[in-house]
Design a protein around this ligand. Structure first.
Ligand SMILES: CC(C)(COP(=O)(O)OP(=O)(O)OC[C@H]1O[C@@H](n2cnc3c(N)ncnc32)[C@H](O)[C@@H]1OP(=O)(O)O)[C@@H](O)C(=O)NCCC(=O)NCCS
Length: 200
């Protein structure tokens, strides 16, 4: 890792001083395909409050100087909202065994140097400390021929498979956000990827 980057861990209320910087980074990174998110800090504050309010959440921030240039988040599934829990409840999972990974985001110029894998290592270590048997995250479903897919887009599915995650098409959630070409929020379908703990 470059010497001017620092990774710090925030749990619960320790995230408070970074909430707006993290929200702004989410807006910047998720504006790109495949999320196309036309975000607002107001929505971000509301979304991130769940992490700041949960003592057992973990947010890893990548700092360059005092700027937040990357982040990854995780939280016990029991502390997440019903929109994330529902598919697992319906399928008969024990929510107390699941750690949910919220996002991994990095400014584009910092990608491809191993931080994404480091994000998985740190979140999986946290999930082990929580005693979770399953780690999971979800990703938005987009068709191959989506009109806004850049010609040089590199899907992250290879990275996720390499990290031991498997896509579960039977586990989906619907989240609402406003895309860059939309005048208001609309529902998007996301599919969960899961990994079962190997060392138990
Ligand atoms: C997810 C993300 C943080 C990964 O970070 P990263 O530091 O590039 O990850 P790593 O360097 O550890 O590994 C990247 C792997 O994915 C591949 N990859 C896919 N797209 C890539 C891209 N745009 N840039 C660099 N690597 C990419 C690389 O080949 C690499 O695999 P390899 O080591 O086997 O060659 C970063 O790509 C990102 O911010 N993406 C946009 C936000 C997003 O979609 N997040 C995931 C959903 S929340």
């Amino acid at each position: 890792m470059s010497e001017d980057l620092r990774l710090i861990h925030c749990q619960g209320a320790a995230l408070d001083p970074y909430l707006d910087a993290l929200g702004q980074l989410r807006i910047t990174v998720f504006r790109e395909f495949p999320y196309l998110y036309d975000g607002s800090l107001e929505y971000e504050r509301d979304y991130l409050r769940t992490y700041a309010a949960a003592e057992q959440s973990l947010v890893v921030l990548v700092l360059r100087g005092s700027d937040v240039v990357g982040a990854t988040t995780c939280i016990p599934m029991t502390a997440e909202g019903p929109e994330f829990q529902e598919a697992f409840v319906r399928a008969g999972y024990d929510l107390s065994q699941i750690c949910y990974f919220g996002e991994s985001i990095l400014l584009p110029e910092l990608r491809g140097r191993g931080l994404g894998k480091e994000f998985f290592r740190r979140r999986e270590a946290h999930a082990r400390e929580l005693g979770a048997q399953i780690t999971t995250f979800c990703a938005v479903d987009r068709p191959e021929d989506h009109p806004q897919r850049p010609a040089d887009y590199r899907p992250l599915s290879g990275l996720w498979q390499q990290q031991g995650y498997e896509r579960h098409p039977e586990l989906q959630c619907i989240l609402n956000w406003k895309e860059n070409h939309e005048s208001e929020e609309s529902p998007k379908t996301l599919t969960f990827w899961l990994k079962k703990r190997q060392d138990s």
